[in-house]
Design a binder for this molecule. Structure first.
Ligand code: ASP
Ligand code: MG
Length: 436
């Protein structure tokens, strides 16, 4: 069985939902994972923020506007009165539920329940649409099988067992529709896999049933070799290894959520990135196969802060790096890049929440310098040490760009370069011109 995931813009209007329905009707059994219609989760976040501040008027205004949009979608999506009525019932059920939160106390539990409504609505709408078309489709409630544990990590054993049960209880359908993003936590409460988490859902489901393939459908024909928002003439990369895709997704390629790669890699399930606007395009195939002797793609990760710790005490000392890392660990702040010299170490982080405390603690070990507004440029490909010339090509392309940090050798398929945010676009363009 294949898993097909469609993102928010792919189901962003009645006509896009109809396009997706056409796409999934190829006679094969499949599980279809849907995001909320585009913009919905943002609106739900807005509603929750108003409710936290007890601004009920503000919340009601966003709720009513969103509900009106959905009523319009229902009108356009279904052709029969019977299904228009069913669709409107779904909408009013969910919106009445959302409105019920404007009366009582509002905590993170209520927030997560509100955030779950987008995917619950989009999947119900799709399922009803398929049924109106005479398709034998079935809704699989993600809240029955998708679960995270006490560390907010997917509970893969639970997911496998309960997805199996849910599928067995619903045999004989051609198409199964389920919600991306939403899940329950270790306490059985409604939770989610973080923003953009629908890709993760698809990959966790793929892993749980050992799917033949996981397809992530978006609006672009695969992962491009550079960021098309800043560089002209980028082209899709036809093949990536799991490791290359993970680096690119983590370091900025927006098309795929970084968490999505691991479950697929562990179970060796190919992931295909495909385009709803051009379904015949090859897209990008992510698999265990590593293409040799080529640079695959460039990505950039914004909002990076570099922290340099300089200390005479690092000279010939052991245990210095451990102490530095422990400080980041105690503030649950992940480090992305690291470079060292004999008298200092530079690291980068992308989460500034605890930066002041981290810097205070680091000062025990030396002088500390902080550079905000940095960008990591990540060049990904077959960059094993035995292949010659790639570093030269990369750095001669960047000869006009001031470079703050370089990291190479951590893996055999990545070179990361830290630069000022102001130089990002020039660097991306220079690399495309020099490498492709
Ligand atoms: N709807 C959620 C979001 O907007 C999850 C997703 O689309 O992947 O973040
Ligand atoms: Mg997404």
């Amino acid at each position: 069985m294949k898993i097909l995931k469609f993102g928010g813009t792919s189901v962003g209007s009645a006509s896009r939902i109809k396009d997706v329905a056409k796409l999934i009707l190829d006679g094969e059994n499949k599980i279809v994972v849907l995001s909320a219609m585009s913009g919905t989760t943002n609106s739900l976040v807005e509603i929750a923020n108003y409710l936290y501040k007890k601004n009920h008027d503000g919340a009601n205004e966003v709720i009513n506007k969103l509900e009106q949009k959905y009523i319009q979608h229902i009108e356009e999506l279904y052709s029969t009165q019977e299904y228009k009525t069913k669709g409107l019932e779904v909408i009013s059920e969910h919106f009445n539920y959302i409105k019920s939160f404007t009366k009582d106390i509002f905590t993170i539990f209520e927030e997560k329940t509100i955030l779950a409504q987008g995917e619950l609505i989009s999947t119900s709408m799709m399922n009803l649409y398929l049924q109106e078309q005479g398709i034998n489709s079935c809704l699989l409630p993600a809240l029955e099988f998708m679960r995270i544990d006490k560390n907010n990590e997917p509970d893969t054993a639970y997911i496998k067992e309960n997805l199996q049960k849910t599928l067995e209880a619903n045999q004989g359908y051609d198409i199964y529709i389920t919600q991306g993003y939403i899940c329950r936590n270790a306490f059985g409460e409604i939770d989610n896999l973080q923003r953009g988490g629908s890709d993760y859902t698809a990959s966790l489901i793929g892993a749980a049933i050992l799917a033949d393939e996981i397809q992530i459908w978006t609006d672009i024909d695969g992962m491009h070799n550079n960021d098309p928002r800043f560089v002209e003439g980028t082209t899709p990369v036809s093949d990536l290894s799991f490791d290359e895709a993970a680096e690119l997704a983590y370091f900025g390629a927006k098309i795929l959520h970084p968490t999505c790669v691991l479950p697929a890699k562990v179970n060796n399930i190919p992931v295909r990135l495909l385009n709803t606007m051009d379904p015949k395009a090859h897209g990008t195939l992510i698999s265990s196969r590593q293409c040799e002797k080529r640079i695959a793609a460039i990505a950039a990760k914004d909002n990076i802060t570099a922290i340099k710790i300089k200390s005479g005490r690092m000279l010939l000392a052991y245990g210095f790096l451990r102490k530095v890392f422990e400080i980041f660990e105690s503030y649950k702040t992940p480090i992305d890049m690291i470079t060292t010299s004999e008298v200092g170490v530079s690291v980068t982080i992308d989460n500034n929440r605890h930066i002041d405390d981290i810097v205070d603690d680091l000062k025990k070990y030396g002088t500390v310098e902080v550079d905000k507004d940095q960008v990591i440029i990540c060049v990904v490909g077959d960059l094993i040490a035995s292949s010659k010339g790639y570093a030269t090509k990369i750095f001669s392309s960047l000869k006009e760009v001031p470079i703050r940090m370089i990291s190479y050798g951590g893996s055999s398929h990545n070179i990361s370069i830290l630069i000022n945010a102001d130089d990002k676009v020039a660097a991306l363009r220079a690399l495309s011109a020099g490498l492709f």
